[in-house]
Structure formats: C-alpha cells, structure tokens
Ligand binder design. Sequence first.
Ligand code: PEP
Ligand code: MN
Length: 341
Amino acid sequence: MIIILKHGASDDEVETVSQKLRDHGYQPNVTRGVEDTIIAAIGSPSLSEKEMVAPQLQALEAVERVLFVSKPYKLVSRESHPADSVLDIQGVKVGGQQICVMAGPCSVENREQVMTTAQAVRESGAQILRGGAYKPRTSPYDFQGLGLEGLEILAAARKATGMPVITEVMTPSLVEQVCEYADVLQIGARNMQNYDLLKEVGRCRTPAMLKRGLSSTIEEWLKAAEYILAGGNSNVMFCERGIRTFEPSTRFTLDLSAVPAIKKASHLPIIVDPSQGTGRRDMVIAMSKAAIACGADGLLIEVHPHPEDAMSDGQQTLDIAQFNTLMHDLKPIAAAVGRSL
Ligand code: PEP
Ligand code: MN
C-alpha cells in the first residue's frame, strides 16, 4: 500500500500517518520529494488492508490518496510514481530529456590512463567518468583492480575534469569507503542478488546503478532495486548489460527489449551497456544507436587510449577516436526520438 500525502504535509502529519501504519503492523517508509511526500507501507497488516486500514488512513487530514500496488516491487513501480524519475548526479541529470553518457576504462590501471581517457571522453561529450577499482573477475588469476588506489585516481580525475565518477562496489563492508570517492555506486551483474549489498546501498544516499544479473529476469531485477528503495535510497537507475543465451558469437545477448519493459514497469531511469552486452568492439556503435532509439536514458561505454593494452575487457573497448565517432553518430538518433546528447 502506498499513501500519498497532501502537498506541504508537515513533519507532524507525516508522523501521525506513520504511527497509524505502525499500529497496524506495517513499517512505514517515507520518501519526501520536492512536491510530494509518499509513504510506503511495508509488511503485512493485522487487519484487512482494503476494508479496515485504508479507510482509517483516508480519514486522516494529511492523506491525499491511498494506492493499492499489486506488484511486489512497490516503490520501484510506475503505479506508485507515474512520472519518470530524474536523478541528479552532481548536476548531471539522468532520466530527463538529455541522454547521459558514462565512459571510461573497464579498469583503473594508472593515473595517466585515467586522466587521458577522462579528458578525451569529456571533450567528446560524455558527462560521467566510469572506471573499475574493485573488479569482479571470472578468474582469480586475472587483474583484480587497484582497490583504494584506484578510487584515489578516479577522485583526482574528477577534480581535474569536473566529471562525476561511477565505480563498482562489490562488498557491503566497502560501501562507506566507495561512497567517499564515487558519485554513483555501480552494482555489478554478479552482485544483483547480493541482498546484503543491496541493503547496505539502501542505507546510504549515494545514487546507485543496478546492473541486470547475467541470468536474471526483469521481475527479479525490479525486486532487487526494491531492496535499495525500501532502505530509503530512491536514487537508483537500472543498467541492461546483456544476458546469457545459447548464442556464442557475442559474449552476452544484449536484451534491448528490457528498455521498454523497465520503462513500463518502473519510473526509474535505464542505462544500456553495449560494451559488456556484446563483448565486441565492432558492435558497440550499432547497439548504442539502437539503445537510444528504443528509449534508453543513457549509455555506459568502455574507452581506453590503447584498448589492445587494456588490463581487462580490451576486446570490447573503444579507443578515443572511435568513442568520438560514436558520440557524433548518436546525435541524429537522439534527435529522432526527441532527446539531446
Ligand atoms: C564492468 O562494467 O566492467 C563490469 C564488470 O560489468 P558487469 O557487472 O555488467 O559484468
Ligand atoms: Mn568491463
């Protein structure tokens, strides 16, 4: 059940409604937006929701409307929030009219590599710098990332370029540390159902990008996002990064139908990652265009000054000239769907 309060509801009124919910055995989850205050009632009530609880709530002065959300992902659902949510990442908007491009190396390798890439992608029009400091690698013998040193390099690049930074956090115990350096927390595909991590990210207020699990359904993905919102962090975006299928010619199968599916089910923005999604540099530009055409709010693109020397994912990484071409080629596609780059 979602309770929408009247415009300008006071803190006391919010508390009165919350207390009523607690009396009925719910846990109230309050989200205060610029205009509206919404309270999600989490848990099962002791009395019938429709016949007993809702009329009592409706009788309270501060309550505008009581919504029954049939979906198991309540706060994430479009039913609870019909308008698109627009996230604000240090002034960069995600989910609005402008397409947001996040670009940078798969892994942070050294200061020079990150600085060179950051400056180049910014000049081409990227708004957010990506780079992995803690890397989830399939083999324990592969490069595992620079960890804290990598975060420091990303922070230096942010200072030099003014670009907000997105980087992955893999462990609940490191959320606090990564929040000190990152403007967006990336939750990797392999961690989409790491519920302790989702709960910890729900407790912080740093925006998060939740990648789709390698074999996860859309509904599992929506429920995973609900963990973060239920914890109180509503700054969440999705990222489609390809799923496992029987097809071996690409590393994963980029499921672009996830974009309209998520747009229909949820108010949260969705980004597409054609780099992990295909595993092939020669497909990144085409799939980026397709992603924008089908309604994605942004892209996550791997870029490296010398992809052939990259310590991870070089085969799917664009060089600086190719990234510049991509940004140029996307402009007419964005314009055709009423967006700008
Ligand atoms: C990445 O972005 O480099 C990455 C490891 O992503 P994913 O979790 O989608 O594999
Ligand atoms: Mn990668």
